[in-house]
Design a binder for this molecule. Structure first.
Ligand SMILES: Nc1nc2c(c(=O)[nH]1)N[C@H]1C(S)=C(S)[C@@H](COP(=O)(O)O)O[C@H]1N2
Ligand SMILES: [Mo]
Length: 255
């Protein structure tokens, strides 16, 4: 839907899926009873070619994100589950196969902080592990059509943001990861009480394939909005599309 600005690094399968994404977008649109003529009326565009249709669909998709973000309730909780319902084994997913999971050295690790934040001192893992930890059993829903229940533990991200003196009136929190993944989260979702800076999974330190040293667990969002292997956190008013958003996935992607 949006033009594919290729992120650097190895080309993921998504590059191949781009035309498929467009087809899906069109099919959904037409199934929703909107003809191309109707789309033209709605957007005030003359849809004479494929690019014009794609631009119109992209505009609707962006409007959808704005509406979803405006309707998001910062307090409505995602469903939680019993530990007996945990999915075992929990699926692994990334834009590359499991053999290429990044290896992060715990001893040298420092979480970098930047942007609209009072205290940008980097954090060691021991400092992060010493923070008050809560855990939740929630459902992870991947856009690729599977879901799984897991238990994540870590510090409430809202508490962490307050502790570092983040300006919580800023619009976004962006994440840079040890692979070439990036993600950009709206502040309301970052402050949601169930959003965790998760260092633990199933009561042990997060395994490499699940995002060591930490992932952001956001149970109110689709799986791809849960960045693994977080290296750096930035508080900002500037929107930077995340890894999958650059291939057309919707930025808000709430559940
Ligand atoms: N750093 C990083 N984070 C990522 C991804 C990735 O490729 N790299 N994939 C996302 C997607 S699409 C999903 S479904 C989940 C998968 O998490 P899991 O391996 O714990 O199931 O991680 C998300 N976070
Ligand atoms: Mo996903």
């Amino acid at each position: 839907m949006m033009s594919p600005l290729r992120p650097k690094g190895p080309a993921p399968d998504a590059a191949l899926h781009q035309p498929a994404l467009r087809r899906v977008g069109r099919r959904l649109l037409l199934r929703g009873g909107l003809s191309l003529g109707g789309l033209g009326l709605l957007t005030g565009c003359n849809l004479e070619d494929d690019d014009a249709v794609d631009r119109a669909l992209a505009a609707i998709s962006r409007a959808n994100d704005v509406v979803q973000a405006a309707l998001f309730s910062g307090t409505r909780l995602a469903q939680t589950f019993d530990e007996s319902q945990i999915t075992d084994p929990f699926p692994f997913n990334a834009y590359y196969p499991e053999a290429r999971v990044p290896v992060v050295d715990p001893s040298g690790f420092r979480l970098e902080l930047s942007g609209l934040v009072r205290d940008t001192a980097p954090w060691t893992l021991d400092q992060l592990y010493a923070l008050p930890r809560t855990s939740q059993v929630t459902r992870h829903v991947c856009i690729e059509g599977w879901s799984a229940i897991g238990k994540w533990g870590g510090v409430r991200f809202a508490d962490f943001l307050r502790r570092i003196g983040a300006d919580t009136r800023a619009r976004y929190v962006t994440f840079r990861c040890a692979d070439d993944y990036t993600s950009c989260l709206d502040m309301a979702s970052a402050l949601h009480p169930q959003t965790l800076l998760a260092t633990h999974f199933h009561d042990t330190v997060l395994a490499a394939r699940y995002g060591f040293p930490m992932k952001l667990r956001v149970p109110t969002k689709l799986g791809f909005k849960n960045p693994k292997h977080i290296m750096a956190v930035q508080i900002t008013n500037d929107y930077t599309p995340g890894f999958w958003e650059r291939y057309g996935y919707n930025w808000f992607s709430g559940l």
